[in-house]
Ligand binder design. Sequence first.
Ligand code: CA2
Length: 146
Amino acid sequence: MDLLLLNGPNLNRLGKREPDVYGHETLEDIELRIRKLCMDQNVGLLCFQSNHEGALIDRIHQAADDGTYGIVFNPGAYTHTSIAIRDAIASVELPVVEVHISNIHKREPFRQQSMLAPVCVGQISGLGTDGYVLGATYLLDKMGRN
Ligand code: CA2
């Protein structure tokens, strides 16, 4: 069984701008870290990033049908706006961990609300890119307990 690392809009630009907010790592660096973590436990990692809401929704649906165990998901700005992504998560049985590099609760008021948190198993926010590692670790542990 695999985990899916899913990233939303603009996260393909990580490491290129705003290092004070999002750090220096690129998305490829993050994917490599999570891939190594999964490999140590003989679990595969699928990675997908899109700047398009519908593509993210299609990928969530695909994960439900292809035997993926769970999703580590940074939805980017769709976190704050997308009822469609919320409905997609609610429409699948998979555990989804919402991850934010920055602490969205310390930022502008429009970032402090997540449309998605109520349908995710949990939210990790403000721990930098380690949040992805912590989210994946949670799912790997949960997988081992099943
Ligand atoms: O803190 C996070 O991880 C966010 O999900 C990042 C999103 C933002 O809209 C959310 O409110 C919080 C933005 C990702 C934009 O990524 C950039 C990467 C490089 C340079 C500028 C932005």
